[in-house]
Design a protein around this ligand. Structure first.
Ligand code: PGA
Length: 245
């Protein structure tokens, strides 16, 4: 039996509000929290609420240690398709993060090994993240850990799967513009976090969510590795939960 807690919400808005409030609670309790937050369509409403509520509460992010979950290879921070750009657009520029507490990937690095080692070292200094929020790919990936990723995989370069390239092409003008490679936090580091949230909305996530919860722990569905962790909560809208019993 999986120890994963599952919370189901009537709609995306309610799911987003709850996730934002759970993040706020943890930052209020531990201002120096180390945290990793994702990009994509799923987090947009959560981040809008997080920013609005944090401002209302005058919540300080100045001590929050932020780690980027993943980044496309070959895109600069200024490129509007980069994940850094997304995080800056929805989070960094609105909240008073201290730049020195933000650990991000350099998508333009020419030395991949050094880039990954630097990131891993920074992560080690935090002694494992306090909280990671994850989306889930419709192929079951978490961060950019694609199907086939071994459980012990660390921070590294990944060859994006065709399914992910197809899914993410909706953000680009042309599918050929979607980068083929990315940098990602590994499964090993994700599982070292003290607490993990995964959120998903929409029917296109229902199969992956159900397989992650009910299926075997397998490298073919990286989200299933979360079953090995004692403190995981899934936040789902009704559609993403539609294949659950
Ligand atoms: P999405 O991406 O939020 O855009 O659906 C999630 C993911 O691929 O991890």
């Amino acid at each position: 039996m999986s120890k994963i807690k599952v919370k189901i919400f009537n709609d995306y808005k309610l799911m987003s509000k709850t996730v934002a409030n759970e993040i706020i609670k943890r930052i209020s309790k531990k201002p120096e929290i180390s945290i990793s937050l994702p990009t994509g369509s799923t987090p947009i409403e959560t981040y809008k609420i997080l920013v609005k509520e944090s401002k209302k509460l005058k919540l300080s992010f100045s001590k929050v240690k932020f780690f980027q979950l993943d980044e496309y290879l070959g895109l600069s921070k200024e490129n509007s398709m980069s994940y850094y750009y997304f995080l800056n657009y929805y989070l960094f520029k609105h909240l008073n993060f201290d730049e020195k507490n933000i650990c991000v990937f350099n998508g333009l690095t020419r030395n991949l090994e050094v880039e990954c080692l630097f990131y891993e070292e920074e992560l080690k200094k935090t002694n494992g993240l306090d909280l990671i929020l994850l989306g889930i790919g419709n192929n079951g990936h978490i961060a950019f850990n694609e199907p086939g990723t071994p459980i012990k995989a660390g921070t590294r370069v990944i060859n994006l799967s065709l399914q992910t390239i197809n899914a993410n092409s909706r953000f680009f003008k042309n599918i050929h513009d979607v980068p083929k490679y990315a940098l990602t936090m590994g499964i090993a580091e994700i599982l070292e976090a003290k607490e993990i949230f995964l959120f998903a909305n929409g029917e296109n996530k229902a199969q992956a969510v159900s397989n992650a919860l009910y299926g075997a722990v397998t490298k073919n569905l990286p989200a299933s590795y979360l079953k090995n962790h004692p403190h995981v909560t899934f936040f789902l809208d009704k559609k993403a939960a539609s294949y659950l019993n």
